[in-house]
Design a protein around this ligand. Structure first.
Ligand code: GLU
Length: 379
């Protein structure tokens, strides 16, 4: 086993496992009990080995389709939500029954993106998961599909799993899907394509490898998995993507077989506060920065001063999380604004000394202090 893998697997005391719909369900959408049982068996063995495990499980909509006898995934929201409502309890019962064989209680956690905007709620989720670990429970997390609409959706469970990994600071996220991992090229069209064993950094080139593959029943594709892996690795956690349809895949990973693709964590482990700021809370507005400010905040780790702001969009109060963008509007960072959008509009492009003149008060010299600023993309 290569040393990176060995170290990561040995040191990962807490693990988030994400399992996709296509791993858990048959082609017609019905739940495959053997898969649920096999996952439960392997999770039991991990827990016996002293690991704390949280499971992010898709499959509610798929299982609901099967339960309702639908042949095709509905395309409208209300039918999707109805399927999720039927399937979620069905899925939980399958996990509960299967894990009861080992005396492991299951705990259902359903989340929306809105829950993560609010820092108190976000931290409550963390406390709940950590408390469940103390009681040997398996937290099983899914998006709260029945109430999620476009504006409050995580989008896919790959992203949700990465956010949960960041939330509980789990050193390892395992994404179980129905492909073996990341290939150097599309294996369906390129006979020379090979499975990449380790990815040091998920840069644009790696993201381009993803193409547009999409599974039939779930909502994520390779791109969403790579983006999720990126989110976790940037915060300082490692990710393994592997084929959950292969029997015993988790056992194989932990016995050191070179299964799937390992995405290495960034060198620096990001502080909890910055993880929330950078990815969990959704921004309420944008500031567009000129080249000087962009380089000051990105390369020199400086605070954002009013002089470097060209434009502000959105309507927000002070204390809001906002996006930092280049002049093309491409987001490269996020931060906590010391000023409302209306006040930023008045002081944008001006020296900090003139804030007092323009606003009548000078609460802060900077619009975003460097301690409250996270770079999430190299511009
Ligand atoms: N929350 C969805 C479900 O349980 C799955 C979302 C996804 O596949 O990413 O069916």
């Amino acid at each position: 086993m290569d040393t990176d893998r060995k170290e990561i697997l040995a040191n990962a005391e807490t693990i988030v496992i994400k399992v996709g719909t296509n791993v858990l369900t048959r082609a017609d959408g019905t739940l495959e009990p053997n898969q649920v049982n096999s996952l439960a068996d392997q999770i039991f063995r991990l827990k016996q080995a002293g690991k704390k495990v949280a499971l992010v499980s898709s499959g509610a909509i798929g299982a609901g389709m099967g339960r309702l006898g639908l042949k095709q995934r509905p395309s409208d929201l209300r039918h999707l939500q109805a399927c999720a409502a039927v399937g979620q309890s069905f899925l939980m019962r399958a996990y509960e029954d299967s894990l009861a064989r080992y005396g492991i209680p299951t705990a259902q956690i359903l989340l929306t993106a809105g829950d993560f905007d609010n820092r108190t709620r976000y931290l409550n989720v963390r406390n709940t998961i950590l408390t469940l670990f103390e009681s040997n429970c398996l937290p099983i997390i899914n998006e709260n599909d029945t109430i999620s609409v476009a504006e409050i959706r995580f989008g896919d469970n790959d992203t949700l799993a990465a956010l949960v990994t960041n939330l509980i600071q789990a050193p390892l996220l395992i994404l179980l899907t129905v492909v073996d991992g990341l290939y150097s090229a599309d294996p369906n069209t390129d006979p020379n394509a090979f499975l990449v064993n380790t990815v040091k950094q998920i840069d644009r080139e790696v993201l381009e490898k993803a193409g547009v593959t999409k599974s039939s029943l779930g909502s994520g594709g390779m791109k969403s998995k790579l983006k999720a892996a990126r989110l976790a690795t940037m915060a300082g956690e490692s990710v393994i993507m592997a084929n959950g349809a292969i029997p015993g895949v988790l056992d194989a990973i932990f016995s050191g077989e070179p299964v799937g693709t390992l995405f290495l964590a960034a060198k620096q482990n990001m502080a909890a506060w910055k993880r929330w700021l950078g990815w969990a809370a959704r921004p309420l507005g944008k500031v567009l920065l000129d080249a000087g400010a962009l380089s000051a905040v990105c390369s020199k780790g400086k605070s954002l001063l009013p002089i470097g702001v060209r434009e502000v969009t959105g309507s927000f109060q002070k204390g809001a999380v906002i996006s930092l963008c280049n002049l093309e509007g491409e987001e490269f960072g996020r931060g906590l604004s010391n000023y409302s959008a209306a006040d930023i509009a008045k002081i944008a492009g001006k020296k900090s000394e003139s804030i007092i003149e323009l606003l009548g008060i000078l609460p802060y010299e900077e619009i975003i202090h460097r301690d409250n600023l996270v770079i999430i993309e190299q511009p």
